[in-house]
Write a protein of this length. Structure first.
Length: 747
């Protein structure tokens, strides 16, 4: 069966409209059914906490970067506790103590099994009501005191510097916020069998256990996976997609025969900046991984030198920079790749394009420096308008709002520059042509970023998380995958491996599957965060289907690699190794691991454990990072003088990264995640995220086992940076004339 490009384009338009309708209806439904922030939570003697105090606590949580220390509703960092589960567990503990003292005059642990069972039943009954009992009022006050001691006074055991929250009153407001998330986790939604969070987190003592719906849709998910995988493979085998022609591959122009334009040399600077950011990110990664085993120090550095990293660069700040640097170096490489590839495809260099490309890079550097500085200044109280210029304090979207607007402006500028470069092709091709698809994919990334500006610190956490995941999930598993497929197609056309028409068909086919499943698949992030139960079936179905296109991507990468390695004279084998490796890690991280942890009944217990860390590292660096680095190697090979091209640093970096990532994921992160999953099964989610769990000897051994992997990744980053600097020193001169037009690929 041969599919026409026009047919695929129409199918993509239909999928886009359906996604738009479903997610627009989902947004409306979310606003109408989100867990409430009550004006007051009443106790026997009056109000205990107000909505103003809860929202003030949310602002404290964001301003002080606590989402990069622990997590809320399972989302955030895993160094500290999950504040929802912790507040709920402490609440139960203090309520038990209250009743044990009042009814029996003894500690709860000293009571008989029958007396404990009586108290346990009373605690669960109290938690089922919307107002507070006397025991809950007592517990609320005790949790406030606990959080003042931990997060204001500091706790080296927990890796919390003194003054993390500047005042005791602010720490109490943070406790109010955490306790509100605990309240929505144990308070039943009107007309439903479970709480606002579908009875998450798992805490039998509080009456929180998986609902029937969670089990039902897990079974449906497995059935759908098997059925959809079979149907997908049948469709894949029946559709005639373009194949790489070995004869064409052998005839791909050697790097020295490709004319280089001023804008391409300007785009090389993106590689150098990104390589520097990547190296810095890996060193921060080593620091934060070490904090898990030495929570208030770094190999005795403070004692030896007087430099106290724990005070100036605690875990929450180091992790914030680590995540933001990852986003920025990957983004910088992809933006640079789009600007570099356009002249190769069109043979056209717009006037002053090189100057504009350099100017855009300057703007990106300003955003990176300003954003990272704002995070540090904001978290240390030096910026009053903290969420505008300092740190917005939400995972992956930490930088202040104005820096986010500036980044959005850079994306718009990039679109304009790429459109200038694609101009000859845009004027002659149809709307579903390769240049148009690339611009649509890039534009969708910027469009989704706007969703991150639809909330403020005054917005409830439930709706904040709704819009935040629009950005994070739909970037990584929707728009960005669409963009990656499009850019890789441009790369293959520029190499002479595919005709433009064939590439357009391949892009449309793969993007159809990616966008068809990934957009509504965002629903799996809403299962436990205070949204209605309707997201369980929606998130389950579409998250399951997300696995299918990743199988196709891996098949395509392996098939093309086999064809190319059998081709004598193909000059770009090294960059293509990165393409294949990224397909493998995308399958492992986003596909196999993502599928496993997104089964509702598994996700219920593991949400916010090290299995998620393993999934994130394999999918983000292994897929998007390696692919971007492969494009960087291609750009460096094309622009370096042939007699000076030295591939060994890049080949070494390739193997160092893959070996390091394998050690990190399979030797440390994944085994640690399974230990946490078992602990969650047997003792509850709060126990799996407790400091006591991380202090166990086997857990500490697995945390240390990450060191070899981290070391290999750092070495790879340093070697790559050195190789990139050397290649840039020996760059070719820009051609005075316009590069040779690739007319046979444009007509």
């Amino acid at each position: 069966m041969e599919l026409r490009r026009a047919t695929l384009a129409k199918a993509m338009a239909v999928v886009f409209v359906v996604n738009l309708v479903v997610m627009s209806a989902g947004a409306l439904h979310a606003y109408e059914n989100a867990a409430p922030v009550p004006e007051e939570i009443e106790g026997p003697e009056g109000p205990v906490v107000t909505d103003a105090e809860i929202q003030a606590g949310k602002a404290v949580f964001q301003r002080n970067g606590l989402m990069n220390h622990g997590s809320i509703l399972g989302n955030g960092a895993y160094f500290g506790v999950d504040f929802t589960a912790d507040a709920l567990s402490l609440k139960v503990e203090f309520m038990r103590a209250f009743y044990a003292d009042r009814e029996y005059g003894a500690a709860y642990a000293d009571l008989s099994a029958g007396e404990q069972a009586t108290i346990d039943e009373r605690v669960r009954a109290d938690l089922d009501t919307r107002s507070y009992s006397a025991a809950e009022v007592h517990a609320h006050e005790q949790v406030r005191a606990t959080y003042v001691a931990r997060y204001h006074e500091g706790s080296e055991r927990r890796g919390v510097p003194e003054g993390t929250i500047p005042t005791a009153e602010a720490a109490e407001r943070f406790a109010d916020f955490a306790l509100w998330t605990a309240w929505i986790s144990h308070t039943d939604r009107a007309g439903a069998d479970g709480s606002y969070t579908n009875d998450w987190p798992y805490d039998p003592a509080a009456g929180n256990e998986p609902t029937g719906t969670t089990f039902t849709w897990s079974v449906v998910s497995v059935f759908l996976l098997v059925a959809a995988l079979g149907a997908g493979v049948a469709l894949y085998r029946s559709v005639e997609l373009p194949e790489v022609d070995s004869g064409t591959a052998a005839g791909a122009p050697p790097p020295g025969d490709v004319d280089v334009t001023p804008s391409q040399l300007a785009a090389l600077k993106y590689v150098l900046v990104a390589a520097g950011l990547f190296a810095a990110q890996t060193f921060l990664g080593a620091l934060i991984s070490h904090y898990y085993v030495e929570r208030a120090g770094f190999f005795g550095l403070a004692e030896a030198t007087g430099i106290d990293l724990f005070e100036w660069l605690p875990f929450l700040l180091a992790r914030t920079w680590h995540i933001d640097l990852a986003i920025m170096w990957i983004t910088t490489l992809w933006l640079g790749a789009g600007l570099f590839l356009a002249p190769l495809l069109t043979g056209y260099e717009p006037p002053k394009q090189g100057r504009y490309v350099t100017g855009l890079l300057g703007g990106l550097v300003a955003v990176v420096v300003g954003g990272l500085a704002g995070i540090w200044l904001g978290s240390h109280g030096f910026i009053d308008n903290w969420w505008l210029l300092g740190n917005e304090g939400l995972e992956y979207l930490e930088v202040g709002r104005l820096w986010q607007v500036a980044l959005l402006g850079a994306m718009v500028g990039w679109l304009l520059l790429v459109a200038r470069g694609f101009r000859p092709l845009l004027e002659r091709e149809e709307r579903f042509g390769l240049a148009h698809l690339t611009l649509f994919a890039g534009g969708s990334i910027g469009l989704l970023f706007v969703a991150g500006m639809l909330y403020t610190p005054e917005t409830s956490m439930v709706m904040t998380e709704f819009w935040r995941w629009w950005v994070v999930h739909m970037w990584v598993e929707g728009a960005f995958e669409f963009f990656v497929v499009a850019v890789i197609a441009v790369l293959f056309v520029s190499m002479g491996l595919l005709s433009r028409e064939s590439a357009e068909k391949a892009v449309a086919f793969q993007a159809l599957f990616v966008m068809g499943a990934a957009v509504v698949g965002v629903g799996h992030h809403y299962w436990w965060t205070g949204h209605a139960e309707v997201w369980l079936p929606l998130g389950t179905v579409f998250s399951t289907l997300e696995f299918i296109p990743l199988v196709f991507v891996l098949f395509e990468a392996v098939n093309r690699y086999r064809e190319l390695v059998a081709t004598d004279g193909f000059a770009y084998r090294l960059p293509f190794c990165f393409v294949v490796a990224s397909g493998f890690w995308n399958f492992v991280g986003a596909g196999a691991m993502g599928m496993f942890i997104n089964l509702p009944v598994i996700n219920y217990f593991q949400h916010g454990t090290y299995l998620t860390v393993a999934h994130a590292h394999a999918a983000t660096f292994g897929a998007f990072g390696l692919l971007a680095l492969g494009l960087a190697v291609y750009a460096l090979q094309v622009t370096t003088r042939p007699e000076k091209w030295w591939p060994e640093p890049f080949r070494a970096a390739f193997w160092l990264w893959n070996a390091g990532l394998a050690v990190m994921v399979f030797v440390s992160l994944t085994p640690l995640g399974f230990l946490q999953l078992e602990r969650s099964f047997t003792e509850g989610y709060a126990a799996a995220r407790s400091i006591a769990f991380y202090e166990e000897s086997l857990v500490q051994t697995l945390l240390w086992a990450r060191v070899p992997g981290d070391t290999l990744v750092i070495l790879g980053a340093v070697v790559f940076l050195g190789g990139a600097i050397r290649a840039y020193r020996y760059r070719r001169e820009a051609s005075e004339d316009a590069p040779e037009k690739l007319s046979e690929r444009l007509d």
